[in-house]
Design a binder for this molecule. Structure first.
Ligand code: 13P
Ligand code: SF4
Length: 369
């Protein structure tokens, strides 16, 4: 069997010590309730390195009326100790649209920050590292979508939210992994057609096509993390771990999704994993997800294959702090593109309103626990 890699590097590697060691110990003691959230997945020895960052980040957020919107792939230190809201792409978009904060710090990749800016144009949106991209977003341009529309006139374009604003601007409606089937069916019905164009994720499009009568014309984009999983690996894990429950993200190849017991968005996978009491679970997605769920559900035993998203992993406690201190890097979207991109994001929210709320409690509530 091909063994999938396992994460071995401690999270605090590369995090410089902030302040003097006595200060670090004091911060670690003061923030012990936050450490309790991650103690099952972060060794105690790492906490004094992280705690001074957590303390300063949370103080600066309050001072600047900022909110940290974190994707489910953030590492557990970010996900459980500084994020105000964490969730899948759809939940983050919804949160960005309704937050009262002046400043949004997007702990995720660039397309997520752009989506926040599109939905909250009056707010300042910052991303801690501008290089945090996405292989799907990089696989297609607005020009490519225009060519597709010329080739298939009259067919609606359903665009995965993992795209740049100029691609969204050329589209009829966006979708995420949690609502893709619903969006495809509703836009086809609304336009009275039996076929839609779905970009850019080839595997998501093929997985959706299996669940609907609507014909789906796919593009050739791939997620560089999920395309690595194979059906053969799953069969190997099942043979080695009888009874294991396998969860897959719909960006995985269709034969992988077919081998899985459940397929859904990152938040869908988290909810399903938490229900698997006393079971062994294999999550075929970015590997921080297993750590984040394990921190909250110690009774679930995770088999932890690890495919890291190099883009998501560019976001760290250190650059979140720098971002709050310096105001770098601001994400801007050309106003004309933003207006049209917003229409396709809003069309998604109209056709398939989000059903579940964001995952994390605001830190203020956590501090009062
Ligand atoms: P979700 O919408 O399921 O969170 O997916 C986003 C993503 O980038 C997965 O790779
Ligand atoms: Fe993009 Fe894949 Fe990374 Fe998600 S996991 S941000 S789809 S490259």
């Amino acid at each position: 069997m091909t063994e999938l890699p396992i994460r071995t590097e401690p999270l605090s590697v590369g995090l410089p010590l902030l302040g003097d060691p006595d200060e670090a110990i004091r911060a670690a003691e003061e923030l012990a309730p936050l450490y309790a959230r991650i103690r099952d997945v972060v060794p105690e020895i790492e906490w004094p390195v992280m705690a001074p960052y957590v303390k300063r980040i949370n103080a600066l957020k309050a001072e600047k009326n900022a909110v940290i919107l974190a994707h489910n792939y953030m590492t557990p230190d970010i996900f459980h100790t500084v994020a105000d809201f964490a969730g899948d792409s759809l939940q983050l978009a919804k949160e960005a649209a309704k937050t009262d904060a002046n400043l949004i710090i997007q702990a995720g990749v660039h397309f997520m920050a752009e989506t926040s800016k599109i939905l909250s144009p009056e707010k300042t949106v910052l991303i801690p590292d501008l290089r945090a991209g996405c292989s799907l977003a990089a696989s297609i341009t607005g020009h490519d979508v225009r060519l597709l529309k010329e080739k298939y006139p009259g067919l609606p374009v359903v665009t995965y939210v993992n795209t740049t604003a100029d691609v969204k601007a050329e589209s009829d409606v966006c979708c995420t992994s949690s609502n893709a089937v619903e969006i495809v069916e509703k836009i086809a019905a609304e336009r009275g057609v039996d076929t839609v164009i779905m970009v850019p994720d080839e595997y998501l499009a093929k997985n959706v096509a299996k669940q609907t009568r609507v014909k789906v014309i796919a593009y050739h984009g791939r997620c560089e993390v999920h395309e690595k999983f194979s059906a053969e690996e799953i069969r190997g894990y099942r043979a080695a771990n009888p009874g294991v429950v396998v969860l897959a993200h719909p960006e995985c190849p269709p034969d992988v999704v077919e081998e899985a017991d459940f397929a859904g968005s990152t938040s869908g996978m988290i909810a399903f994993a938490k229900e698997q009491k006393n079971a062994r679970v294999l999550m075929l997605t970015e590997c921080s997800m297993s750590d984040n769920v394990a921190a909250e559900a110690p009774e679930v035993e995770f088999i932890r294959p690890c495919n890291l998203c190099p883009h998501m992993k560019r976001i760290t406690l250190a650059n979140i702090l720098e971002c709050l201190e310096t105001g770098q890097y601001e994400v801007k979207v050309d106003a004309r593109i933003a207006v049209r991109a917003r229409e396709s994001v809003e069309a998604m929210l109209r056709l398939a309103p989000p059903k579940s709320a964001s995952k994390t409690k605001p830190l203020a509530a956590a501090a009062a626990e």
